[in-house]
Design a protein around this ligand. Sequence first.
Ligand code: B3K
Ligand code: ZN
Length: 881
Amino acid sequence: MTDQKQRKAVKLSDYEPPAFEVETVDLHFQLTEDCARVRTRMHLHRADGVDLHEPLHLHGEALELEALYLDGQPLAMDDFLLTRQGLSIERVPDRFELEVHTLLRPQDNTSLSGLYRSGGNFCTQCEAEGFRRITYFPDRPDVLSRFTTTIEADRQRYPVLLSNGDLVDSGDAGEGRHWVKWVDPWPKPSYLFALVAGDLHCHQDTYRTRSGRDVQLEFYVEHENANRTGHAMESLKKAMRWDEDTYGLEYDLDTYMVVAVGDFNMGAMENKGLNIFNTQYVLASPETATDADFEAVEAVIGHEYFHNYTGNRVTCRDWFQLSLKEGLTVFREQQFSEDMGSPAVQRIQQVRLLRSAQFPEDASPMAHPVRPESYVEINNFYTATVYIKGAEVIRMYHTLLGDAVFRQGVKRYLERFDGQAVTIEDFRQTLAETGGRDLGQFGRWYSQTGTPRVRVRDEFDPARGRYTLHISQSCPPTPDQAEKKPFHIPVAVGLLGRDGQALSLRLSGESVAEGTTRVLELTGSEQQFTFEGLAERPVPSLLRGFSAPVILEYDYDDDDLAFLLAHDNDPFARWEAGQQLALRVILRRVQGQASPNDSRQVIQAFQQVLEAPDLDPSLAAEALALPQEAYLAQHMDPADPVAIRAAREALRTELAQALASQWRDTYRRYRPEGPWRLDADHIAGRRLANLALGYLGATGAAEDNGLVQQQYHRADNMTDSLAALALLADREDEAAVTALDDFYQRWRQTPLVLDKWFRVQAMSRHPRVVERVQALVQHPDFDLRNPNRVRAVIGAFAQGNPAAFHDDSGTGYRLLAAHVIRLDAINPQVAARMALPLSKWQRYDASRQKMMKNELQRIADAPSLSNDVYEVVSRSLEATG
Ligand code: B3K
Ligand code: ZN
């Protein structure tokens, strides 16, 4: 099935520094309708200490080589070796100039890596290894060069020609063509190179940095989207201010450009001075974007901006260090979002995502450490583990060192390694030095795979007023590692008195009690921590703020959880208590062990949240949402997604009916009055009102069904319209058909909104949803070449609708496999991502396992499989049950 040579794994342990440095790269692009010609002139020298006989290796893929000159002399075919992966020249001087002429076909590039076309424009995506699809080059992050880029194209079709850095010159090229020249003063690795050519609208503004420099801000979008960039622009200014205020980091070029394209493999890309974004994270207007979309735009704009230091000024030595830039930048993005909104709500959402996306990855054949040790295709390692577990690991540094020392450490890291390509150890070393602490053991968070379990047992000695927590840790074996050593785990705890008051904490050996939250450091496999001066047995509040990415085990009884939900002074822990209570009740139901008292307790707890005098609507909306199906499934072995759906829906219906009048009151009370506004009050109001509407959609009462329809037809914004549409999409009645038709007719010309139409249907609880998805992939607007559309249908179905995807018939699996095979021929990166739900086969019963493995095998047997999909399916099939 495979050509072994092509499938060779790259290993961290094989790292060698580059043999040649590239000082300058001068690129010349000639863009035409059927091809692009690229002339690259570069100055290279042999790195210090590298042997004279060491040949020069350049990466290159999917290129036609037209000419090659060394110090001005043309090289003949037998002067070099050309393969499908690159080009080598046996003998080169210590210092020389190389000129490479390549021909590429961006029109046919459906992989969306390298230079490609989107919506009639040209754009690039070079991370991780796309630059080698533009020219022959040492395409690795530890080769940093100064780039100059000249672009020549038809003036009318492509009035806007952009690249990194500053525009230094431009002119007429005759025959209706023009050219521009860009110089980037900052040395950078090739993965940060970018080029855009198109007919685009530009939204301009300026930002004055705190040192008084004016930076031009420019957002480029297709003309019909001209009025949808306001929010992205404001978000950028906020991000720039925030990075100055928080980390003392000021932007370092005169222009910051963002281009939005409709065909993009991920969210966005931090190319130096010229970010390229998926339209999804730039365009936002009240009619087309939900509140969640607005928040996501702000977060992703921030994320890419923050990369300018954490990623661009200091980059990664090799791709195994990916989390060095991604974990840190996600953490900075999280801090930014916390500062712009509600820290508690943000934290809850982060943890929800970690549990639904990263924990399952850790439990799958694709499990890998935050710093992986080997890969076949690096694009498969832009994962939840590298990104969001990576951010959790950074957050633990922050917790252990404290905010001030952490920020000082990050500053020192950025100064010390400015302009260099470094490692995860370099970062840890700098933090350890700054904090005067040994963080050696902490390094295991990067090298060991899996989600640790932290088990807590407690005892109270009433005679001495002493309360002891016995905390132990373990980490299950993963396909890559059988045994794990103890992690360094910060466990934030608080104690509550029986009256609900948070107690001041005094640990044994301390003379005064201090604070109501303490961070206990667990470094051994088992430790104990004793608190003194307690009049009665407290209720422990454990892992406050989710201080470590672990699974916590403590035998709370249902009353404790209800008590914590009502009283805990840590908002995250309060939310968590409610989730744990609901989780148990749902699981007992799945196992047929539910007692009527179970739902009564959840109903009471929810009622208390709804009727609390100091209700915070956005926190309440989190507390009143039942745990996600993906999270519930982790607590069942084997997982039964169909039973989980049924049990969860049954509890939802009970809550809906028992609290119907409260939901109606809440809906009326919190639904914002007057025209749409994007402020905290309105957003929180919409969130809680729409949550209430969700329950009302489940009461079965005609009055409530009518309310859903009414909201759909009267909404003046996408948040309300989509919330109602999603509820209607679960139904089979006439009203549902009318609303879906109406939405389609209204938005068929607006791709991002049409994605929502596809997504709500693919994720619906409609009884014949599988048939519906089969129809959606036949729809004339479904397009395998557009990643957003693929994610909206295939991704939403396979990842976001577990009960339907795991339908007993196996239809969901077959549908996915067939599309992965077709998509692989078009876009391997996205195909590999879509295949991931099948990789989790071990979590299900024997019959599902068999069907899932059959589909994996069918994919594996497909001719000319990409490395991307090959790596996912082969690892999945190698795993044992
Ligand atoms: N650094 C890019 C991700 C590139 C993914 C390549 N397959 C976006 C980001 O994390 O900011
Ligand atoms: Zn990033």
